[in-house]
Design a binder for this molecule. Structure first.
Ligand code: HEC
Length: 213
């Protein structure tokens, strides 16, 4: 009998141990579930847009399924198109990036006319039509000032024909700004006042034709 008592004693011990284990497992599981629920409530209270863990269809669920990310915005909305001014700046040659410190307005066109006929008319023509004797061999042709259309933007502001544009072309030559190398740079020939007078005269040639002359 004593032999059979020993195993049953062990058996009851084992059963007690197992039931204790089971009970503690149950308690643990319950604790975890409660914790999860508490976390969710906390998360829902924190996010003003509602609980992203909410089941689809529940009043707080977002309009799309949380599993599917929202579609990305179209590419053009992310990168705004550059403005013409920004393009002019980005593509400007080094000479056009130098800040201007001189005011090139207010020259005397009468003085300018005298200098023009001596230094410029051979290419640009006596009346500014671009058909001077030196023009035949040139390609591109000298600018026809009477058209009033200037094309060199020498300070990268996307505007041409400003006083500063003409002054810089005269001083540095068109080549410094992507134009012809046929016209020399006159920087060392003329004083600032003479350049100012030339600018005024070139503008006068252009405006005369604009007025129907
Ligand atoms: C050897 C010929 C020659 C002489 C001399 C000459 N130019 Fe020019 N000039 C040109 C040519 C060629 C162009 C056109 C450049 C181009 O199309 O790239 C030009 C362009 C210009 C422009 C164009 C500006 C623009 O935005 O379109 C101005 C201003 C100008 N010249 C002023 C003068 C003045 C002022 C003188 C005299 C001091 C002068 N040039 C002398 C050949 C000449």
């Amino acid at each position: 009998m004593a032999r059979t008592d020993v195993p049953s004693h062990y058996l009851s011990l084992a059963i007690t141990f197992l039931s204790l284990l089971l009970a503690s497992l149950l308690v643990l599981t319950a604790a975890c579930t409660e914790r999860n629920a508490a976390d969710r409530i906390a998360a829902r209270e924190q996010s003003p847009k509602g609980d992203t863990n909410a089941r689809p269809g529940s009043p707080e669920s977002p309009p799309y399924s949380p599993a599917v990310p929202p579609p990305p915005p179209p590419a053009e909305a992310q990168v705004p198109a550059p403005t013409p001014e920004a393009i002019a700046k980005a593509t400007a040659p080094p000479a056009a990036r130098v800040p201007e410190t001189v005011n090139w307005s207010g020259g005397d066109p009468h003085k300018g006319e005298g200098i023009y006929s001596m230094y410029c008319a051979m290419c640009h023509g006596a009346d500014g039509d671009g058909k001077g004797p030196g023009a035949a061999a040139l390609n591109p042709k000298p600018r026809d000032f009477k058209s009033g259309a200037f094309y060199l933007d020498t300070n990268a502001n996307n505007k041409t024909g400003e006083d500063v544009d003409l002054a810089r072309v005269i001083r540095e030559g068109p080549h410094a700004f992507g134009g012809s190398s046929a016209m020399p740079a006159w920087k060392s020939t003329f004083t600032e006042d003479q350049v100012r007078d030339l600018v005024a005269y070139v503008h006068q040639l252009a405006s005369t034709s604009n007025k129907g002359g």
